[in-house]
Design a protein around this ligand. Structure first.
Ligand code: NDP
Length: 281
């Protein structure tokens, strides 16, 4: 019989890690569900990543998240990849299964879990702004979820082309790449527009150059920026009559999935979201 002094360990490796609020959100879920689990937010630099993963193995960690800059570099230290991580070619969540560290990607799935209750994207046209890591995860999951057409707009065209190739390799859907010459208009048939750039992170006034007159009621407008949750991009979209989704939904969604992968329980998203809202208030 257990004396109750052993905690199951999970956590996160990133640098810098001090601003990463995931620890507050996940530990709130552990407490809410009465789980004797801990989540350690660890500062890990690139040179220390291999040793950090080996340390997690040695200590019997049940899994961990990866954030900047380890999402690709971690792959060579793992025992296998889940389907999304293999297609996206990046890992943000490692799960210990039968003693093996398996890399998963929950970023795009987290986004979908916030989008689907508002609008099922199957068969629709979605426009993505950005082609970095967040865009990669969201684009691949949208393709797997049955989106008919994706338009990718990015400041650096090469990166957008690379993402288009990645998506087409995942699913043979129609992917268009568009320039971002100062201002971009949302096509009339687009159902969803997602800001996947880092514009707005830590700056509630930062401007995402989208033509306001192309925003209209009925369009779903989402932002990946978790902090501040109410970005200028979302405020302008709401004023234009669009339905908006903030970046906290995606952050909570990927957190719920991580907790499910590690512990097997369905964590209460409301508790996790309330904790983040408190942290960012
Ligand atoms: P990357 O650095 O991989 O990509 C950044 C993207 O933003 C690129 O497409 C880049 O364009 C674009 N960009 C940056 N500045 C500008 C600018 N001034 N004008 C036009 N485009 C710009 O970052 P990630 O994809 O990993 O992260 C993006 C954001 O997503 C971050 O703010 C992060 O906090 C957020 N995020 C949120 C999550 C959540 O759960 N809510 C999960 C993961 C990320 P270019 O290619 O031309 O450089």
């Amino acid at each position: 019989m257990s004396s109750g002094f052993k905690a199951e360990l999970t956590g996160s490796f990133s640098t810098p890690c001090d601003d990463n609020p995931t620890v507050a959100m996940v530990e709130a879920a552990y407490r809410h569900h009465g789980l004797p689990w801990r989540y350690i937010n660890a500062e890990v630099r690139p040179a220390g990543l291999a040793a950090a993963v080996a340390g997690a193995r040695a200590m019997g960690w049940r899994g961990f998240n990866l954030s900047m800059p380890h999402k690709v570099a971690v792959i060579e230290h793992l025992d296998g990849l889940g389907e999304s991580a293999r297609l996206i070619q990046a890992v943000n969540c490692v799960v210990c299964r039968d003693g093996n560290f398996i890399g998963e990607n929950t970023d795009g799935k987290g986004f979908l879990s916030s989008l689907v209750p508002i609008r099922d994207p199957r068969g629709t046209h979605v426009m993505l702004l950005g082609a970095g890591g967040a865009a990669r995860a969201i684009a691949v999951e949208l393709a797997l979820a049955g989106v008919a057409r994706l338009t990718i707009v990015n400041r650096s065209p090469d990166r957008a082309e690379g993402l288009a190739r990645l998506v087409r390799a995942a699913r043979p859907i129609e992917v268009a790449v568009a320039d971002w010459p100062g201002m971009v208009a949302v096509p009339g048939d687009a159902a969803v527009l997602v800001n996947c750039t880092s514009i707005g992170l830590g700056d509630a006034t930062a401007h995402v150059p989208v033509a306001l007159e192309s925003l209209r009621p009925g369009l779903i407008v989402a932002d990946v920026i978790p902090n501040p949750p109410q970005t200028r991009f979302l405020r302008e979209a709401r004023s234009a009559g669009c339905t908006t989704l903030d970046g906290l939904g995606m952050l909570v969604g990927q957190g719920v999935l991580g907790v499910k992968y590690w512990t097997g329980i369905d964590a209460e998203p409301g508790v996790m979201r309330a904790t983040l809202e408190e942290v960012f208030a």
